[in-house]
Design a protein around this ligand. Sequence first.
Ligand code: AMP
Ligand code: ZN
Length: 503
Amino acid sequence: MDIRFYNTLTNEVTRFEPLNPGRVKMYSCGPTVYDFAHVGNFRSFLFADLLRRFLELRGFDVWHVMNITDVGHMTDDVAADGLGEDKMQVAARRLKEDKKSGKVEEGAVANPDNPYEVADYFSRAFLEDGRSLGLKVVSEYPKRVPKATQFIDEMQQMISKLIQRGHAYVGSDGVVYYSVESFPRYGQLSGNTLEALRVGAGGRIDISNQSCKRHPADFMLWKPDPKHIMKWESPWGAGYPGWHIECSTMSMRVLETEVLDIHTGGEDLIFPHHECEIAQSCGATGNELFARFWMHARFLLVEGEKMSKRKGNFFTVRDILSGNATGTPVHPAVLRLELIKSHYRAHSNFTVKGLTDSANTVRRLTELGQRLRDECGGVPKEIDRAEHPVVRAFLQALANDLNISEAMTVVHAWIASPGQDAADAFGVLLALDQVLGVWELTSCDSEADDPESDIAASLCALIDEARRARDFSAADAHRQRLIGLGYEVRSSPEGTSAKKKFA
Ligand code: AMP
Ligand code: ZN
């Protein structure tokens, strides 16, 4: 079974094979930790997770790295030259306001003036969100989730190498710039040309600070800045690194290779971020290629529109899970499925209707899982993934540029008729779920070690006791508490039972 992916670098769907048989090395641009991650960010992160899990089910050993940007991502980075202010410093100011107005819980960030503490606060929030949504790479933190501030020495080494090799220079403002003219292939990923960029690329490049640079598109590698709070000594003065050099350095260091198999990110990162990563990495190594496959997720829209704070359709993962956004708490498995179930190269549309549909699928899959687990005593049959018709069809769909819609059609058909052999079917469910990650998040809800399930069981017992005593108002009060905890409550002559609801 061939695997075929769309490669932004060649604009074609081509056959994928890793450089070293059996092992895939992939890097995904992670969050800039200046705020809570929104559902759009997680659409990109979970696309990378889906890709990684598919490759694993297909039998590869996947080294997946996702970084945390905790310094150097500027507010004006569309211009590629590091203008504007460090997002961490902006976040520190905002957090101070949020603390005053009580939006940040007491004691969460002792000193919001300190961007290190701010970065730490939002890094932890990202790891928590990632864990709750089954983003596998966060379970490999810190090894596979590097932070930019931990790689400053390595970034400086790479910048020195770029200067030595004639790809970088110190501008008249003291900033170290990458010289785009030194790298003839600059523009190959995004389709930009140096000529178009020279005249400002239709407003995308700020050409106002040109006197310090050789070419308007030259971008910053190191910025000496004695006023910047997050700064490090360097041969070019105390300062901080550019955002692009961070990913070039961390990807090659942590994946222990100069050539990556796959590099992912959201579509907005194609230019300038990924274009600059290629120029830096190939400039430093002299290699023809930095990443063999570039894969980008299209943006997530909300009810058909671009997500924006101004329009009020801007949702963090926390807003959705807690029910702040839609009025009803959403189970993490439902949000996960909703964010992975449309093709990564189509604009996915986040809607309440979509969440309801995902909740139905999660409920059906979970109920089936519970039944199969009970019937086979929790012991699945070993499944030969390459041979089992259902798993094979599922893999085949995903091997076609991650065709998730077709893969979900296979899943739905199988849920409708999973066959008579419970142990076999349970094995299939676990195999499919290695990619879907749904049962992984819901199966624990019904297990005894779920701290809430004890409360649910005692509330059910209290309802039955009150009903026997014909104290219907007490029974109703207990029922309301269970509903408030997100349970669906059913009473029958045999007694009361409660099941976690998925939306
Ligand atoms: P940031 O934290 O801004 O550095 O972004 C983290 C990731 O989220 C990047 O890969 C972005 O491309 C991606 N991203 C940002 N907004 C969206 C969106 N609305 N839909 C999909 N991906 C997004
Ligand atoms: Zn990056």
